[in-house]
Ligand binder design. Structure first.
Ligand code: NA7
Length: 553
């Protein structure tokens, strides 16, 4: 397994900034750029050795954008940036996204304010000085009035706790911590645990090279043809031609992409009409089912069943062995786990060198140094790939575990629920901001654009504090409660909370189980604007310490 590169421990140094940002991924990079443009001094810390966050870590074979995709999974703050970068495929490979982020870092000279290979081990708030102090693994400390946690919604790897797993003597790799050196599967017997987006992208690639692949599947999944294709120069030109209009369209769209919205219910159509639309979308591939399909798939059980039946039939058409096809039949509401785009995943089960184990009927009992043992037998293996996902959305904040007023830890505050207001701030943790945290649209929105919009709002709030001589801001617990009701109210009107998924925290034992993302799409940004327009209703403020008081404390 890869280990984090770490600088040697040293102590004593204390540096002062206006803002400390944790994380140099898509969100942290924009935080640095935007806040620096505002004239603030900013320091960014990241455990990786370069920019990219999730895109730096997730280098497993087959890793690609698996959303609506390029060229619109990108920053929008600069027309020049949009005009100078050519995307080549609709579902860009990990290396292409990382190359783009490296270009952004070069173009805006971001690295000079980022300290890489540096892990923040502690962050605590001092009420008297209205400052956050972060301490890194080197013992160095940085003090700043504002702390931005751009720690990633999909960054904290979920390592399964299976008897004997640490005794397994072969190579073990988690997809979210993939080595930078090439990993060879040639001649190896590989077991893969996990059939979410990462497993479904990686398994066909591994199977092409490995001697044998044993897929250990806990939940069968609906997966849709990725429909990856080259982006033509004409399409790139079209995307850039009237950038202001394209950008406005992105901001108006519920998911943050410049596409037309649709409004048709599946139940308005006859079964034949539905079948025809599903077939058209299947042939086209990509995220069409969600962007150009029906509006009630995630709301109505009956509508949901019509699409689920269609996908199950498609899986049966592809997979030749009926017993294997049976094991691959998903039985949850379609769309209520993260929709997956696949590139030859189901065909992979027609290969002679691939075996599917259904862990629901044949669970893993233990690992030995050379095998994985399930209830019905032993599978000798040379390599283990953990495509077991992440402690998502809230996990990275809890791993950081900042300490707010009175030394209260986030773990304590979030014991039962991820309390927050607007998905941005937490009562008792003044001047701390989360990007893509629980309570925000996060992974349900075009993430670079979502980060820009959250950070623009945060920048405005910082300006507001400065102009009014205020030193600290945090939400009231009443506003947190109201926001929780709004988030849950929207989610509970859908089928999403009824399925176990990383969206509901059900993949992590002991985690509060509820749907924590804001599902109102771009309405969220309207809510942010309204709150700001009403003088930051729902937040409480403190006057700024005088320089002398701050110094004394
Ligand atoms: P996911 O989507 O959380 O998938 C993880 C997979 O691993 C999923 O099939 C899990 O089964 C399985 N899993 C997790 N723990 C275990 C244990 N202990 N035993 C057996 N199987 C297990 O993570 P991904 O990395 O694929 O994707 C994350 C996001 O990254 C993705 O949605 C995109 O947005 C990008 P389960 O379904 O929980 O039964």
């Amino acid at each position: 397994m890869t280990s984090r590169h770490r600088a040697p421990r040293r102590s004593g140094a204390v540096e002062h900034y206006d803002v400390v940002v944790i994380g140099a991924g898509v969100s942290g990079m924009y935080a640095l750029h935007h806040l620096r443009e505002m004239g603030l001094s900013v320091r960014v810390y990241d455990g990786a050795s370069d920019v990219g966050g999730t895109w730096w870590y997730n280098r497993y074979p087959g890793a690609r954008v698996d959303g609506p995709g390029s060229p619109f999974y990108c920053y929008t703050f600069s027309e020049e940036l949009m005009k100078e970068w050519d995307w080549e495929e609709t579902q860009s490979e990990q290396s292409a996204v990382l190359a783009y982020l490296e270009h952004v870092a070069d173009r805006y000279d971001l690295r000079r304010d980022i300290q890489f290979e540096t892990w923040v081990e502690d962050a605590h708030y001092d009420e008297a000085s209205q400052r956050w102090t972060v301490e890194t693994h080197t013992g160095a400390r940085a003090v700043a009035p504002f702390l931005i946690c751009a720690v990633g919604a999909l960054s904290t790897a979920n390592m399964p706790d299976i008897p004997g797993i640490h005794d397994f003597a072969g190579e073990t790799h988690h997809t979210g911590q993939w080595p930078h050196e090439p990993v060879s599967f040639e001649g190896k017997r590989v077991a893969v645990i996990g059939t979410g987006s990462s497993g479904i992208q990686a398994i066909p690639e591994i199977a092409r090279e490995a001697a044998h692949v044993t897929v250990l599947q806990r939940t069968p999944q609906y997966a849709f043809p990725a429909g990856n294709r080259p982006i033509t120069p004409q399409e790139m030109a079209e995307a850039r031609r009237d950038w202001d209009t394209v950008r406005a369209k992105m901001r108006a769209h519920p998911g943050g992409f410049p596409f037309d919205t649709h409004s048709r219910s599946a139940l308005q159509d006859t079964p034949e009409e539905r079948e025809a639309l599903y077939e058209k979308l299947w042939q086209r591939g990509g995220f069409g089912f969600f962007l150009n399909g029906y509006t009630d798939i995630a709301i109505s059980e009956e509508a949901n069943e019509s699409m689920a039946d269609f996908v199950r039939a498609k899986i049966r058409e592809v997979v030749r062995d009926p017993k294997t096809a049976d094991k691959l039949m998903p039985d949850h509401f379609v769309m209520t786990k993260r929709p997956i785009l696949e590139n030859g995943y189901f065909e992979t089960f027609n290969r002679d060198n691939v075996t599917l184990v259904d862990l629901r009927e044949d669970p893993i009992e233990r690992f030995t140094p050379t095998s994985v043992v399930t209830r019905t037998g032993e599978h000798p293996i040379d390599m283990l790939v953990l495509a077991t996902g992440f402690d998502a959305i809230s996990g990275s904040m809890l791993r950081l575990d900042p300490k707010g007023r009175g030394g209260l830890s986030l773990k304590e505050r979030w014991k039962d629920r991820f309390h927050n207001h607007l998905g941005l701030m937490i009562a008792g943790f003044p001047n701390l901001f989360m990007i893509h945290g629980p309570g925000s649209p996060g992974v349900f929105y075009n993430m670079p654009l979502g980060a820009e919009r959250q950070l623009d709002w945060i920048g405005d709030l910082m300006r507001h504090l400065r102009e009014l001589g205020l030193g600290a801001v945090e939400p009231t617990t009443d506003s947190e409660q109201a926001w929780a009701n709004e988030v849950s109210g929207i989610a509970n009107a859908t089928l999403f909370p009824r399925t176990d998924s990383w969206w509901t925290g059900a993949n992590i034992p002991g985690k509060p189980r509820y749907f924590s993302a804001y599902l109102g799409g771009s309405l969220y940004y309207q809510r942010l604007a309204d709150v700001a327009a009403r003088d930051y209703e729902g937040f409480s403020f403190e006057a700024a310490q005088s320089a002398g008081e701050a110094e004394a404390s």
